[in-house]
Design a protein around this ligand. Sequence first.
Ligand code: HEM
Length: 412
Amino acid sequence: MASVSDTLRMLDPSVRPDPYPLFAQLREASPFRVQNLPAAVIARYADCSAVLRDPRVRSDRTLSQLRRDTLQGTGAAQRDGHVASSPMFLFLDPPDHTRLRRLVSKAFTARIVQRLEPRITELADTLLDQRASARTLDVVNHFAYPISMTIIRELLGVPVEDEARLHIWSVLASRALDPSAQTAARYTGDPAELQPSGVALISYFDELVERRRDAPGEDLLSELIAAEDAGDKLTRAELNSTCVLLLVAGHETAVTLIANAMLALLRNRRELDAFRADPSRAEAVVEETLRYDPPVQFVPRVAADDIPEMNIRRGDTLIVLTAAGNRDPAEFDNPDRFDPMRKNNHHLTFGLGAHFCLGAPLGRLEARVALTRLVQRVESPKLTVDPPPYRDHVDLRGPAHVPIEFAEILPR
Ligand code: HEM
């Protein structure tokens, strides 16, 4: 049995730049229950895949013994403020999950998302133009963040003047969402300390919904309001939390995908040159980044029943370590090599089953377009700090900055 300290090493910031040697150890030992905790780690590819499809496994965190222990006495559950809120559908099981997901999924089909390509291209090119005389660029803050935030903001129908405050709340809320915050809190402090950003976001959307109800636009929020008005399909609380989910799930992840891809390319110059010479490699570069250095490292689940074949007990929190599964040598040849040309790249990074990432077509498109423009137009890019600084997040792990120097930015 792996000890609690082996698993908690995941929380150690010094592991952040390269968690994969630790993940390999955890994978070797997995599946295992964490000593003295109602939690288990699942890290082999086949086990991750089986658990994510297992009907005994749920997304509803209120079933988790660890969560009950952690929240006991903190009052965190009562600190939701006075606005209407309900759990995001990421944390729901059928039938509520099915109903809410169906309403939103119409807006995220590959065909609809594809229409955003010219807008993403325009954004990427404008941002590159703005850096032309600077000779330096932070791939995260000057490029990936503004692209991803603008796209999700425009999709939702959030006014541009609200972007700055939304950005701050969303960064904090994504930290609060990071399942590590719950576990870490047990050892380091109060899990409720990050709650206010979530409340601020819910309140913000609650007000915006009122404004859109009076003056609908051509955006997703107005469509969801129409669905709410058409029947009892979506309560006000569900509407608010769905907006927060789309905002938070929709931009931090895409930012990290772009940043991690550029990082891998800068460290593998031959792949960078090959991509530059042949932009049709964009899809392969994005898929390999999703496998090799994923923006989401694990997905949390709860066992609603005993799973004896994996020594899992009812109420256990399950850390399904998909980033370790993606590097399982039983599944991928040379798994630690960044190789966009590998065949059959069936990574687990968007999850599996009922909760498979709704935004996958959007995230993929943003990354493909943004990276193509970046690689085509930035001449002789060099990483100035390696490894770059990382954010605190354990699950939504990614670099805080990817600073590069370059010779010039070519015209469009
Ligand atoms: C580009 C990188 C992205 C990655 C790696 C990623 C990863 C994931 C993963 C692993 C899940 C499943 C979580 C689970 O099973 O518990 C998920 C769900 C989800 N993602 Fe993404 N995501 C990305 C981009 C996006 C984007 C751009 C959006 C757009 C809004 C989005 C919206 C969602 C939503 C709404 C869910 C919940 C689906 C459900 O519970 O049914 N994601 N994502």
